[in-house]
Design a binder for this molecule. Structure first.
Ligand code: UTP
Length: 288
């Protein structure tokens, strides 16, 4: 079955990025000059998906506005013959069919995914976290869709992380079915290092089958008092095969300060209009 819909949960409180996220959604923080969530929507489009649902919440209105028309701004740019900027601004509102739904209480990622039930219906769908950017030659979601086409079952995007960091992620263990794919046997959300079966972490990209909704509706609160998608997936693994795919590409957790800074530097150094002046600035810094 073809993956036609993507869901971007973006209703979290962003406490790791306070005070900025008191009134600005972390998904709107720009990496160079583009909001994080736009990079993610561009990945969705580059992966051949036509409809996207963004799960929003209180204080997240600017996300909807970003993908809407900005008539006054467009008129002003037109009047002042700023055609390139005008084209840029207009193209954002034409990118793709964007739908939104509100998660009234941020009760966790599992709960946020449940809010997509009526949008998704009875078909497999993609989930991309609103604060995870993956820089890859082939879009990460496209890689995952190709794996889904092979197994026709739930696919989780993973990569190895440092052992010291396993307590920040959902961790999987399983049987290797080829160089980059595991048949998942166990999943555990944010384990302590000594309880983690592996250092293979779930990193913000999923293809889910619709059975996940029934499972999540019955999933109890887990780590942090939140309804965790990882706990739902563990339950789902009892009724269907789940595969973990080690995707290619560099993933940035831009909801963390260090991830945001790394993404900003790396993306700026890739920009034709910035790389010379920015790298010359960086080379002058007296870094120890
Ligand atoms: P995070 O755990 O990174 O988001 O969730 P958070 O809770 O906003 O972050 P901190 O830890 O407080 O800084 C991953 C993704 O899931 C969304 C977030 O917006 C983020 O894109 N999310 C999380 C929801 O949509 N709803 C929730 O209840 C929780």
């Amino acid at each position: 079955m073809k993956i036609k819909k993507a869901v971007i949960p973006a209703a979290g409180l962003g406490t790791r990025f306070l005070p900025a996220t008191k009134s600005i959604p972390k998904e709107m923080l720009p990496i160079v000059d583009k909001p994080t969530i736009q990079y993610i929507v561009e990945e969705v489009i580059a992966s051949g998906i036509e409809d996207v649902l963004i799960i929003t919440g209180r204080n997240k209105g600017s996300i909807e506005e970003h993908f809407d028309r900005a008539v006054e701004l467009e008129n002003n740019l037109e009047k002042n013959n700023k055609e390139e900027l005008l084209e840029q601004v207009r193209s954002i509102s034409k990118m793709i069919n964007i739908h939104t739904v509100r998660q009234k209480d941020p009760k966790g990622l599992g709960h946020a995914v449940c809010c997509a039930k009526s949008f998704v219906g009875n078909e497999p769908f993609a989930v991309l976290l609103g604060d995870d950017i993956v820089d890859a030659k082939k879009p990460c979601l496209k890689q995952m869709i190709e794996v889904f086409e092979k197994y026709n079952s739930t696919i989780i995007g993973v990569q190895e992380v440092a052992w010291d960091n396993v307590n920040k992620y959902g961790i999987i263990s399983g049987e290797k079915v080829n160089d980059n794919t595991y048949n998942v046997k166990d999943l555990i959300e944010k384990p302590n290092r000594d309880k983690a079966p592996t250092n293979i972490a779930i990193l913000g990209r999923y293809i889910l089958t619709p059975e996940i909704f029934t499972v999540l509706e019955n999933t109890k609160k887990g780590v942090g008092g939140e309804i965790q998608l990882t706990d739902g997936l563990k339950e789902l693994s009892n009724i269907q095969d789940i595969y973990a795919y080690i995707f290619e590409g560099r993933r940035y957790d831009v909801g963390s300060k260090i991830g945001f800074l790394e993404a900003t530097v790396d993306f700026a150094l890739k920009r034709e209009d910035l790389k010379d002046s920015f790298s010359s600035y960086l080379s002058k810094l007296n870094l120890k």
